[in-house]
Each structure stands twice: as structure tokens, then as C-alpha cells.
Design a protein around this ligand. Structure first.
Ligand code: SF4
Length: 362
């Protein structure tokens, strides 16, 4: 199926080029961006400030939204999760993690995932397709509009109700959909659009070395987060099949080169799984691996999912792991997992939909 072009697929400069081709002045593109991203008017019919014949051209050229919210779940800890249906019948997920100071959303970049990490629901049903830039942008717009429409006390307090931070940690491997990802980031980053600063955007990767190298050359001030989860090839290979292609030492070398090129700190994600990768010997090995690298480590208690037997370690074991890293001068934090009661680990809500409706076109 050929996916239609929506206004969300176009950067401001692409829109200006098309506007010029229609014989219109460039400011018409700014007016369209303003209507869509600030006033929530995504149907060209409602762009009343445009001349009628140009509005008609917009209606012919730009399709309406291609993402429809299908289900929304609210966790007791304040996390919200949306399941949305795409035009070709596929489903994707987006999670809102609000706090008083931030409204962070976790955005998907692919339907399904090809990387099959052992602790993740997304990889279980395989890869379906890459999302378009417009489908990535629409997830942010959907939640930004939701935030603007609810009273401040409903989703966190004391902070303006709009998306403030984006993490590309939802379904899929963001760097495997590099072009659409970067285009979406440029659209979301545009001051005339949602104006979300590059430093507020985090890309999370399983460690695709050529793409990390490419990202380092883009000159963007993005945050990069690498899913490590083990300090050696034997263990990481069991948890993450991608390690066979991009082994630990080569990956860390690529990270060191990225830091040299960008002068930006890298975050390593490390899911602590009971009796698998949470022992003192792994903590020491990890400290040696990361020695001298500008980085921090996020220790994440394993998020139990019904399809996988991994368990969360007891608190004293997790604290001991953290203590060893700190003693070895590795910056680290032990994170609180949110969304446990709404299937908040990546891919779980979509996986349940798939399991419950095997006959649904997905
Ligand atoms: S953790 Fe990320 S890369 Fe691994 S299977 Fe899940 S979605 Fe894919």
C-alpha cells in the first residue's frame, strides 16, 4: 500500500518549495505550520486564511491525519499509553510519562521490530514496517493536543501542558529507520512548529554501529542512549541477537568516537534481570568496559511481562550493583519503572492486541 503524504510528512522548507510551485509566497507555508501545530487545524478545509484556490490545491495534495487513536490506558502512577491505528491497519504505541516538571513521551518508530531482544514484547511478532516521518510526528501531535485539552491537575501539576521531551524508545529500532527519524526530528524541532529542542530529544538504539557513526556526523545536539544490558559478548549475545553483528567492544569504540565527534555524553541503558546480569562480577566488568568514557548508566529494574520469564532482582541486589559502579566512578542512577500496571514495557499493549485479535488485519 502506498502511504499518502500528509502535512506532517513535510519539513517547513519542503512545504515552502511546494507552496512556491503553486505560485504562492513563502509565508503561506508558515501559515500552514501555524494552523497545524499551534491551532490544531489539520484539515486544509479549515485553513481559512489561505486563498480558496490554493486551499483547494492543499486539499488535493495533502491527505488528512493517518493515525487514529484506538485505545488509551491510564496507570495509577500517572503514565498514559495510547494504541493508535494506522491507515494500513497496523497498530503502534505511544506512552506519556508526565511529571510536574516534564511531559515526556515515548514514541515508536517502526511497527514491530526485527531485533528480537529477549526481554522485549515488540520483537516477538517480528518486524512489519518502518513508520513514515508523518506517522512519527503525528504521535507527538496527538499527545500534545491531548495535554493542551486537559486541566493542569489531571496530568501532573505546575507545568505547562504540552510535550516537553521526546524519547524514541517505543516500538522499533529508531536508527534502523534513520531517514524518517531524522526528518521527523527536524519537523518537531522547527521553531515554527512544536519547537521541541534537540537536547530534549533522546534516540535509543540497540547499538547499530554504522548508524551511530552517521548520527555523529549530523551535527545535532540530540541525546543518544545505547541499550547495553550486559558487559560482555557471551551474555549480551544471549539477551540481544544484534550483538552477533555488533559486538560489545566494537560498540563501545563507536560510542567513544561518537563522544569525541559530538562532545556529548552517552547514556547506557542496563535492564537489571534477576540472576542473569545483575551480579557484582557483571557490575565490575561493566565499570572496566566504560572506564574513561563520557557517559552515564541508567539501571532499570526488569519490567515483568507475561510472555517472558525474566524477573526483577531484589532491591538489595540492585543497590549493590549501583554501589559498585559508583565506587568505580561510573555515573549511574537506579531508575523507577513506571507504567507497570498498564503494560508499559515497549510493545506490550500492541502485542496484547495482536494476541487477542488474530484475525484483525495487522
Ligand atoms: S528492545 Fe527495542 S530493539 Fe530490542 S526488540 Fe524491543 S523494540 Fe526492538
Amino acid at each position: 500500500m502506498n502511504l499518502p503524504t500528509t502535512v506532517y510528512d513535510l519539513t517547513l522548507s519542503e512545504l515552502k518549495t511546494w507552496v512556491a510551485e503553486q505560485g504562492q509566497p513563502p509565508y503561506r507555508a508558515n501559515q500552514i505550520f501555524e494552523s497545524v501545530y499551534h491551532r490544531g487545524l489539520e484539515d486544509p478545509v479549515s485553513w481559512k486564511q489561505l486563498p480558496l484556490d490554493f486551499r483547494q490545491a492543499c486539499i488535493r495534495r495533502l491527505s488528512g491525519p493517518t493515525l487514529a487513536p484506538a485505545e488509551k490506558q491510564n496507570s495509577a502512577d500517572g503514565t498514559w499509553k495510547w494504541l493508535s491505528k494506522l491507515q494500513d491497519g497496523q497498530y503502534l504505541e505511544t506512552v506519556l510519562i508526565p511529571s510536574d516538571s516534564r511531559k515526556t513521551i515515548c514514541v515508536s518508530t517502526q511497527v514491530g521490530c526485527a531485533y528480537g531482544c529477549a526481554f522485549c514484547a515488540s520483537g516477538m511478532k517480528g518486524f512489519r514496517r518502518n513508520l513514515t516521518a508523518g506517522e512519527i510526528v503525528q504521535q507527538v501531535v496527538l499527545i500534545d493536543r491531548h495535554l493542551k485539552s486537559v486541566p493542569g491537575t489531571e496530568i501532573g501539576t505546575g507545568h505547562q501542558n504540552r510535550v516537553s521531551n521526546i524519547v524514541f524508545m517505543g516500538m522499533g529500532e529508531p536508527l534502523a529507520n534513520f531517514d524518517s527519524l531524522l526528518k521527523a526530528i527536524r519537523i518537531l524541532n522547527a521553531p515554527e512548529g512544536l519547537n521541541i529542542g534537540a537536547r530534549k530529544i533522546t534516540i535509543s538504539t540497540v547499538g547499530l554501529i554504522p548508524m551511530i557513526e552517521r548520527l555523529g556526523k549530523e551535527g545535532l545536539q540530540l541525546e543518544l542512549s545505547v541499550s547495553l544490558h550486559a558487559p560482555n559478548d557471551e551474555l549480551r549475545g544471549r539477551l540481544m541477537p544484534v550483538n552477533r553483528k555488533y559486538p560489545v567492544k566494537q560498540l563501545i569504540e563507536a560510542c567513544r568516537a561518537y563522544v569525541r565527534a559530538t562532545k556529548r555524553l552517552i547514556t547506557f541503558e542496563y535492564i537489571l534481570i534477576d540472576q542473569v546480569n545483575d551480579g557484582p562480577e557483571q557490575a565490575k566488568e561493566l565499570a572496566v568496559l566504560l572506564r574513561g568514557l563520557l557517559c552515564k548508566v541508567n539501571l532499570i529494574p526488569c519490567h515483568p511481562i507475561p510472555e517472558v520469564l525474566f524477573k526483577r532482582p531484589p532491591l538489595d541486589r540492585m543497590l549493590a550493583f549501583e554501589r559498585i559502579l559508583r565506587e568505580k566512578k561510573i555515573t549511574c542512577t537506579l531508575r523507577r519503572s513506571r507504567g507497570l500496571d498498564i503494560e508499559g514495557a515497549c510493545g506490550q499493549l500492541r502485542l496484547r492486541q495482536l494476541l487477542e485479535s488474530a484475525d484483525r488485519p495487522v
